[in-house]
Design a protein around this ligand. Sequence first.
Ligand SMILES: [Fe+2]
Ligand SMILES: [Fe+2]
Length: 270
Amino acid sequence: MKCLFLGDVMGRAGRQAITEHLPRLRQEWRLDFVVVNGENATNGMGLSADHAKGLLEAGADCVTLGDHAFDQRDMLQFIEQEPRILRPINFAKSAPGKGYRLFEAPGGRKVLVAQVLGQVFMKRAFDDPFSAIEPVLKSYPRGGQAQAVIVDMHCEATSEKMAMGHFCDGRASLVVGTHTHVPTADAQVLPGGTAYLTDAGMCGDYHSVIGMEKSEPMRRFITGMPKGRFTPALGEATLSGAYVETDDRSGQATAVRMVRIGGRLETAAP
Ligand SMILES: [Fe+2]
Ligand SMILES: [Fe+2]
């Protein structure tokens, strides 16, 4: 299977890059399944129902969220009506929506997508992501119930993401990090056939501070004093993420490549 995972869509620039590039990429790369992290698509804070529809219409089969899952209040209801949107499994006991789902892909194949939040350097104490993902991986074995298994590990610390990659090795097709908005250059296939990338980066304007217009974050770092609000940077966005090929029988990853399209970080394509 040919799968594409795109990192956190950041504001209007990120949404525009998705609508501009994703429909073409789906065709040109003959993609079977696309996951997009949408936790910052609405003004950098959460995802509204309208913007979620836009990402799905542009070609996302599944949209994952993150610690900003419910910053837009209408997502509290919308996630219950739209099963293609996932929030982290361990977000909160009472959170609406689901953290994993078995999706249909062309040819009767099934793709399990799951998202978990890490604990290190996160603003809120979330439950242990390792014990949260364990029963899901057991219930939907790679190469059995699921032809491909994709895990979005949403957290700050690279060490915690790498530990999750190894924890899922042999059971997932792809473990990819999100949340930092900066892509890492360590795409690899682990020994058990799990493709791994510490962070997908964002779909946003990289002439910024992690997607925000740079003046306010700089002011706060330099003077320690807030003056205005954070607003997403509006220059041309780079689509950032991972492209993975998997073997349908075993669910193992056979290749993984980083993706950077458009804007300042454009580098390579499959
Ligand atoms: Fe994010
Ligand atoms: Fe996040």
